[in-house]
Design a protein around this ligand. Sequence first.
Ligand SMILES: *Cc1c(COP(=O)(O)O)cnc(C)c1O
Length: 391
Amino acid sequence: MAEKYKHIETAVIHEGYDSKEHLGSLTTPLFQTSTFTFETAEQGERRFAGLEDGYIYSRLGNPTVQVLEDKIAALEGGEAGLAFSSGMAAVSAVLFALTKTDDHILCSQGLYGCTFGLLQLMKSKYRINHDFCDMDTEEQLRKMIRPETACIYVETPINPTMKMIDLQMVMKVAKECNVPVVVDNTFSTPYLQKPLDYGCDVVLHSATKYLCGHGDVVAGLVVGKKEFINQVAVTTQKDIGGVISPFDAWLLLRGLKTLPVRMDRHSANAWEIFRELKQHPQVKNVYYPGDTSSPAHYIMEKQMKHGGGLISFELQGTKQDAQKFLNNLRLIKIAVSLGDAETLIQHPATMTHSAVPEEFRHQMGISDQLIRLSVGLEAWQDIWHDLQQAF
Ligand SMILES: *Cc1c(COP(=O)(O)O)cnc(C)c1O
């Protein structure tokens, strides 16, 4: 095991890997193998019985994947990490591990579309209920936590409305009520926000987004206490089986090395675009965590390093006007996903959140004119030039 590094800029590069243990290989070797051979039958028996350390089969563990899991655990400041084949595999493995029939999940008002879909499935098939809560005040939370509440599930900033939730405030109430808190940290990454520092119990990611950063992997990551991570590893991960491929883990390790550099640039670019959008006559509203005039800005100041690379904004007009705007773009690509080098734009009401019934969509603040922009790493002037000519 490598040593622990104090600064995240160093940890993303060196944490979890020691070249001395791998014939001096500078980068983590790719163990692209499904299984591992035992020297004897008795060794196989000992490994299955947990009496001897060592690898068995790549659904149960793989050395390349292990480096990634150790690295993300260190970056989030947690005890252990676990890697999945997608962000949704991570979300579902965590939520199924924490709940049973007749339990209740209290969620932030606004969730990733497929997380919303998963909660509907858990409710209709397994009678695991949920409610949405604004989570603006302690009173709101206290009122909605029930004896059977098995966890509080929070996105902050929320996809796609960019609303922020004060994690310190949530944790105060959650601790009083003894309810674990799960945070989807996809939008911020540990470079901008570290939920475990506030006492949150589990943090998870769609690693597909900023952690990968290059648009070539679909993956998920979870960090928490060793005991909980072990429990997930031997139940909802091992037996449902959404494990990451070693190659995808290897690509993620490569992408992670530049996370701080990329996040700084995404944020600096987004700040410039935000300021331009805010002044544009055809833009009705702009939502950006870095907006210093927003009443929620204190939350960003408290728990985020800076505003990140995502902006949502509402155009004047109709859904058709929003679609026409997207069609007019040349440099900026129309695509869901986010956090890539390329600037991406999408229309949540008809894309990422189209499966959410209209009533809930409006409750979440997703109008037909809302557009989500993932500001890339291009020169911000070129990004703005493209947006400007599309109005
Ligand atoms: C993309 C996303 C997910 C789902 O992750 P996948 O890797 O696409 O399965 C979950 N939460 C948030 C906030 C996301 O943006």
